[in-house]
Design a protein around this ligand. Structure first.
Ligand code: NAP
Length: 280
């Protein structure tokens, strides 16, 4: 496993390097803002595109970078082309820019379920990295899995890690695992929000004010995750530390096991993984 710590400064990319963010929507926009916030790229190094002129104008004013609807113009001088469009638009967008790309340009796609091979076929000979970030990226607390296509160098992989370190941790996996990543860390925030919501509901049920219950549930989830990440201890060992013989927690755990929480979560990730595979 190869990780970069959350929130770490990534340093500046070489000043001559240019990046094009094609499809500066939700995920593309999160990345663009993180580049500026972290200082990895200066505004003059970035060009972005969207589908609608009105949105291009708004984003241009908001971020202080050039935003247009012209993918070919945005991509032609770029050393890194970040592809943030929807999976179904990817083929057309890449075919549209391929002929005008700078030799040696690196393409990085964040599209779920789109294989590196499909992008390589649309832009023959170019290096393609596939990335799967998740939405906590907007707070710098994301996790992005990266996998390499056929023509990617080690330096390009390192650059991709630096790019995604602006929004959290990174991990490198083989492409065969990308659907599983989508099912676990891509969909995972939604599963965990449901758990937090349910814990908060439980707090209200046992008499806590809702805001206090939500805070307790969210900070407890955050703290437990931090313990796993920073102690490196197995989650089962950490659970045992909370569980006193004949105490309260062990009674609660019995309810969780009877209710099938563990099996339900496993099934949820398996189903989301299968769906990612189907969409591909
Ligand atoms: N959201 C997530 O949690 C998440 C997580 C991981 C990966 N992803 C991936 O990120 C990609 C984008 O998802 P999203 O949620 O960010 O969607 P989104 O908010 O709809 O963003 C898509 C953007 O693409 C622009 N666009 C559409 N057609 C275009 C074209 N031909 N040329 C240039 N730009 C074009 C849209 O422009 P307008 O704004 O003008 O319509 C929009 O800004 C998807 O492939 C998805 O699989 C998303």
């Amino acid at each position: 496993m190869n990780t970069a710590a959350s929130g770490k400064t990534t340093g500046h990319a070489p000043a001559a390097m240019r990046v094009a963010v094609l499809g500066a929507g939700k995920m593309g926009g999160i990345l663009l803002q993180a580049f500026l916030r972290s200082g990895l790229f200066a505004p003059e190094q970035i060009t972005a595109t969207v589908a609608h002129e009105v949105r291009a104008k708004t984003l241009s004013q908001q971020y202080g970078v050039t935003v247009t609807t012209d993918n070919v113009a945005a991509a032609k001088d770029a050393d890194v082309v970040l592809l943030g469009v929807k999976p179904q638009q990817m083929g057309d967008v890449v075919r549209g820019i391929a002929a005008g790309l700078k030799p040696g340009a690196l393409l990085i796609s964040v599209a779920a379920s789109v294989k590196t091979k499909a992008i390589e076929e649309a832009a023959t000979g170019f290096a393609v990295i596939r990335a799967m970030p998740n939405t906590p990226a907007q707070l710098g607390a994301g996790i992005t899995a990266l996998c390499r296509g056929a023509h990617v160098t080690d330096e390009q992989m390192t650059l991709a890690q630096r790019i995604f370190a602006t929004v959290g941790r990174t991990v490198i996996v083989d492409e065969k695992h990308m659907d599983a990543v989508t099912g676990l860390s891509g969909s995972g925030p939604a599963f965990l929000y449901i758990i937090i919501e349910a814990l908060a509901e439980a707090g209200v049920n046992v008499g806590l004010p809702r805001d206090v219950a939500t805070l307790l549930a969210a900070q407890t989830t955050y703290g437990a995750a931090k313990m796993v990440l920073e102690t490196g201890s197995h989650p089962a060992l950490l659970k045992d530390e909370v569980t006193t013989p004949a105490g309260c927690t062990v009674d609660g755990i019995l309810e969780l096991e009877e209710g099938g929480l563990r099996v339900t979560l496993i099934k949820a990730v398996k189903r989301a993984t299968e769906r990612a595979r189907e969409l591909g």
